[in-house]
Design a protein around this ligand. Structure first.
Ligand code: 9D3
Length: 244
């Protein structure tokens, strides 16, 4: 998969190529990650990429020309032979919140351009002309699109075939099959500051352990995420576990 990120802060993306599953996927060649800085396409002597909003008000708006040229440069730099044109995604507080389903779908693309906004956002005409999809992390304010793009990319990269090791299977993830929270996990030592590991996990009874974990997942989802719990279609076994 080829990803090109349009950003005023390209160094932030070193976080993805430096550590962990994302770094390994890039090193293995499962993904190429490049950046284009709109600043490099600014024409005036201050290399401006922003200007004051028409109609007045606080803050600045990212202007069309440097962004449009940056997107053009990103497209030119990608190998698009026999491939569909890359989807252009704009990370923005006005976008639709990303979820696992959309991430898995985007992970199927051959190429993507991810646009990161700063300041109050970007000129709407650039969005109208060039953006296929506007995506958000959710209803809280962060300072720009870069961290949001990195969240999107991390979540996508771990879905690429071969990105996860044997001990990191993607369909074992909570949410892969059903929106259910994970059960609690424990490791050695057996006792920490007087706190024992739940006995069932030491019993060797794999069926009892499976039922205990499922019950914990159901109880936690009901307690912490009633919005998810409402959506669940519970099996007879699950209803019985909740009755206990
Ligand atoms: C006048 C209100 N503005 C500033 C508080 C609105 C505003 C502009 C730009 C709020 C945030 C941002 C920068 N955020 C993003 O670019 C962003 C974002 C987010 O803030 N929350 C969730 N998802 C995303 S994706 C991109």
């Amino acid at each position: 998969m080829q990803v090109n990120v349009i950003t005023l802060f390209p160094d932030m993306f070193k976080a993805l190529s430096a550590s962990g599953i994302t770094a390994r996927a890039i090193a293995q060649g499962l993904l190429s990650l490049e950046t284009v800085n709109p600043r490099d396409f600014a024409e005036d002597r201050h290399q401006s990429v922003d200007d004051r909003p028409y109609g007045g008000g606080p803050g600045m708006v990212m202007t069309v020309p440097p962004l449009s040229k940056a997107i053009g440069a990103a497209k030119s730099s990608m190998d698009l032979v026999n491939k569909a044109a890359p989807k252009v995604i704009y990370m923005s507080p006005q976008g639709k919140p990303i979820n696992q389903k959309r991430i898995n779908e985007l992970a199927q693309q051959d190429s993507l351009i991810v646009l990161c906004g700063r300041y109050e956002g970007i000129d709407e005409r650039l969005i109208d002309a060039e953006v296929d999809e506007e995506l958000s992390l959710g209803d809280y304010v962060i300072s720009g699109g870069e961290l949001a793009a990195m969240v999107l990319l991390d979540a996508m990269i771990r879905q690429l075939p071969g990105a996860l090791g044997d001990n990191e299977s993607a369909n074992q993830d909570s949410f892969a099959s059903r929106p259910l929270l994970d059960c609690p996990h424990y490791s050695r030592p057996e006792k920490v500051a007087g706190h024992q590991v739940p006995g069932v996990l030491l019993s060797g009874d794999h069926e009892a352990i499976r039922r205990w974990r499922l019950k914990q997942s159901l109880l936690r989802t009901r307690e912490r995420r009633p919005d998810l719990f409402m959506q669940l279609q519970l099996s007879h076994e699950e209803l019985a576990l909740l009755d206990e």
